[in-house]
Write a protein that binds this ligand. Structure first.
Ligand code: ADP
Ligand code: MG
Length: 417
């Protein structure tokens, strides 16, 4: 973690006041904003952990400018981090757009030497996680995210690509390895030991000690780490939690693919469903006199279930319509193909359940906590709800081979309440 990484030639960290001059040099961006640079307003909108993000607004439009810093923004220069990650984000954005048009913001410009990605401003959208904390529901969320998962995972997998295409895709993203290694540390390892940035809510010290001494749990988390390291099944978003999804009442867009790599298919749905379960479990902490949040909790649980169902349905449909190399029609009939897809999705489901559990634990015992719980002012209540999440997550990791469907996942949540 103390290694430092070379920055591209010409790289410098940009301040807010530097942005408009850079934008002005790119005609397509300047045209989009309208007027002259004197008419433009730049504001910093970073609320994530990693990068600097700015919005530039002009008389005719606005854009979002994201710069990768050579370190982790919230920690600072003490945790160096490769600027090259933004090249993988820019490439992943194109792949996601190709897999499912309209699922991501439009890419407007990429500057490798400055580590800069300029994209469509999703103005009027909000970050799904924060909207869930406020008790907001979105009718198309499950359908849209199920379609995003089905299309991005199917179309970048061996089910669809030729062998040379798949190998080239995996090789192209292999260079994002430092981010993979970081994921392994902060998700599958760090939460189970003493780490300088780990944080535990007051009142949860005991359960943290217990989980850190739980050999079966640590073995399960390590098995998920092994799956994360070894499976090369699809191009993943790599960090598909509810903070990487932006929504309006009718639209859904996925952002922030800087952790992208060719990995296990269960990882993205596991991240999303694990975070939806965290959102559901945290809801009682946001109840007030006007809203007990029961309906919101039910909606989140139903949404978690439907994300999987829509993904599963979409994936099967894409497989049945495809004419790909893996299922030669002169050799294999439709029944055999469907049976292979069936077995594969069952294996992805098992991984998804394990990854969901690991993702939930890391948000409570690890370095990076989530607003779902952080926004609960009553610390005793927050700690109690976090313990519920930890018990559920532990069972998901340990029982992932027996848990057959989302109804069973939701049953575990109810049993541990
Ligand atoms: P990080 O990698 O630092 O977490 P994100 O890509 O998640 O950065 O962006 C940080 C925040 O900036 C997001 O949570 C969102 O509020 C805002 N944001 C990012 N991209 C866009 C966009 N295209 N349109 C509008 N807001 C955006
Ligand atoms: Mg990020």
């Amino acid at each position: 973690m103390t290694a430092s990484f070379p920055t591209p030639a010409g790289y410098r960290v940009l301040e807010r006041r530097d942005i408009s001059a850079i934008v002005a040099e790119v005609d397509t961006l300047a045209d989009k904003l309208g007027g002259t640079p004197d008419d433009w307003e730049t504001s910093e909108i970073s609320d994530g952990n990693m990068n600097a993000v700015f919005r530039v607004s002009g008389p005719e439009g606005s854009i979002v400018v994201k710069q990768a810093l050579p370190y982790i923004r919230v920690i600072g220069e003490g945790w160096p981090f490769p600027v090259s990650r933004i090249a993988f984000e820019a490439e992943a954005l194109e792949r996601q757009l190709a897999a499912l048009p309209g699922s991501v913001p439009e890419k407007l410009h990429y500057d490798e030497s400055l580590g800069l990605l300029v994209m469509e401003d999703l103005s009027g959208y909000r970050v799904a996680r924060l909207a869930f904390v406020k008790g907001r529901r979105f009718a198309n969320f499950a359908e849209d995210m199920g379609a995003f998962l089905a299309h991005t995972l199917y179309r970048t997998s061996d089910f669809h690509l030729t062998t040379p295409q798949k190998k080239a895709l995996a090789a192209g993203f292999a260079g994002n390895s430092h981010l993979c290694q970081t994921t392994e540390e902060v998700i599958f390892t760090g939460p189970y030991g003493e780490r300088p940035f780990n944080r535990i809510t007051e009142g949860n010290e005991e359960i943290a000690v217990r989980l850190r001494e739980d050999s079966a749990l640590k073995q399960a988390a390590s098995e998920m780490k092994l799956a994360f390291r070894t499976k090369s099944e699809a191009l993943l978003h790599g960090d598909l939690h509810t903070g990487s999804v932006m929504v309006t009442d009718t639209e859904t867009r996925v952002i922030d693919a800087e952790w992208a790599f060719h990995g296990p298919m269960g990882f993205d749905p596991g991240a999303l469903i694990g975070n939806l379960l965290l959102a559901a479990i945290s809801q009682p902490g946001h109840a007030d006199a006007a809203d007990d949040r029961r309906a919101m909790t039910d909606w989140l649980l139903e949404t978690a279930k439907r994300v999987w169902i829509e993904f599963d349905r979409g994936f099967r449909r894409l497989a049945s319509e495809d004419r790909s190399e893996i299922f030669p029609h002169d050799i294999l009939d439709a029944a055999a193909r469907d049976a292979i897809v069936d077995r594969h999705l069952a294996a992805v489901f098992e991984d998804m359940v394990g990854f969901a559990g690991a993702k939930m634990i890391r948000r409570i015992l690890g370095i990076s906590h989530v607003e779902d719980f952080e926004a609960i002012g009553d610390v005793a209540m927050r700690a109690q709800l976090e313990r519920h999440a930890l018990r559920v997550a532990r069972r998901l990791l340990l029982e992932r081979r027996e848990i057959a469907d989302m109804d069973r996942v939701l049953a575990v949540l109810a049993e541990e309440r």
